[in-house]
Write a protein that binds this ligand. Structure first.
Ligand code: AMP
Ligand code: ZN
Ligand code: FE
Ligand code: FE
Length: 286
């Protein structure tokens, strides 16, 4: 069983459509893929249709999910949510709040980039983002188009879009204890995404993670491209201490990042535990 529990489509800042992501998951030899767009479930229906349309004999299970933008003590962090009820009103309202503020903040970042001499526009960013939940990676693509930086990843420096960078503007983000409770109340299973991704900025303390565990966190994403080996070892130890599951996943973003779908995977027993804990939705297909 090859299980990848974190992937983005163009419903947020990935470059594959949800249907293309499903095809890519089959191509990568995955048995299970989770669609976890930032603060949105807009890609779920198309991905589910694509799974149902797979030829007989091709088996792929889709785990509908999302990645919620959170902040604690000024430190941004991401919470993966699996198999929640997308119609549950409180969690849906919080996702909507974050998505809406992404537009205000996107415009402000573009303005700031222009002040700093980058010839990009909000229209351009909107064209790049399409219907997707707009974020810094779309603005990074605009900076690449304008020849300001060579790659999307080069835009995430202090000069431009990195956390605290010259053109970084904060968006509304949810307190993670609240977010964990919202996900659980919607029948979902919350997993802390890349908790030790130091290259993205400051990371939260073990004490904060312990607090999230007490609030109902189910697991930590340990095997992730932004974690070195000592970080993974530390997180594995912390997970044992706190009684948390550990997952592995690619955080695939199509051509916007170099990581390949299925490059990191989750143990089947952990996947089973996540499905067992969920009451909001069931995996699709397979
Ligand atoms: P946003 O949700 O708009 O704040 O943008 C966050 C997204 O930017 C994350 O999901 C990452 O995909 C991307 N990102 C953050 N830091 C980096 C980085 N250092 N290099 C490449 N992409 C990054
Ligand atoms: Zn992203
Ligand atoms: Fe993330
Ligand atoms: Fe992600």
């Amino acid at each position: 069983m090859r299980i990848d529990l974190h992937a983005h489509s163009n419903a947020s800042d990935g470059t594959d459509s949800p249907a293309e992501l499903v095809a890519a998951a089959v191509g990568a030899g995955l048995d299970v893929v989770a669609l976890t767009d930032h603060d949105t479930v807009a890609g779920h229906a198309e991905a589910a249709d694509a799974v149902h349309a797979l030829p007989t004999g091709t088996r792929l299970t889709l785990v509908p999910g999302a990645e919620l933008s959170c902040v604690v003590d000024g430190i941004s962090m991401h919470l993966l949510a699996y198999l929640f009820d997308p119609a549950e009103p409180d969690f849906a309202a919080e996702r909507e709040l974050v998505r809406t503020d992404r537009f205000r903040r996107g415009r402000a970042i573009v303005e700031r980039c222009r002040e700093l001499g980058a010839d990009i526009s909000w229209e351009q960013v909107q064209r790049i983002a399409g219907e997707g939940s707009v974020g810094r990676p779309h603005i990074a693509s605009a900076l690449v188009e304008a020849g300001v930086v060579a790659t999307v990843s080069d835009a995430f420096t202090a000069d431009w879009l990195a956390n605290g960078g010259r053109a970084d503007v904060r968006k509304h983000e949810t307190d993670p204890v609240t977010a964990v409770r919202l996900v659980r109340a919607a029948g979902g299973v919350p997993v802390f995404a890349h908790p030790g991704a130091v290259k993205r900025g400051r990371t939260v303390s073990d004490e904060v993670i312990a607090g999230l565990a007490a609030a109902g966190l189910a697991g930590l994403e340990v095997d992730h491209i932004d974690h070195d080996e000592p970080t993974r070892d530390h997180l594995r130890g912390l997970a044992v201490e706190l009684g948390l599951l550990t997952t592995g996943s690619s955080d695939y973003h199509g051509s916007r990042k170099t990581v390949r779908l299925g490059e990191f995977t989750t143990d089947p027993a952990v996947y089973e535990a996540i499905v067992e804990q969920a009451t909001g939705a069931k995996p699709i297909g397979g």
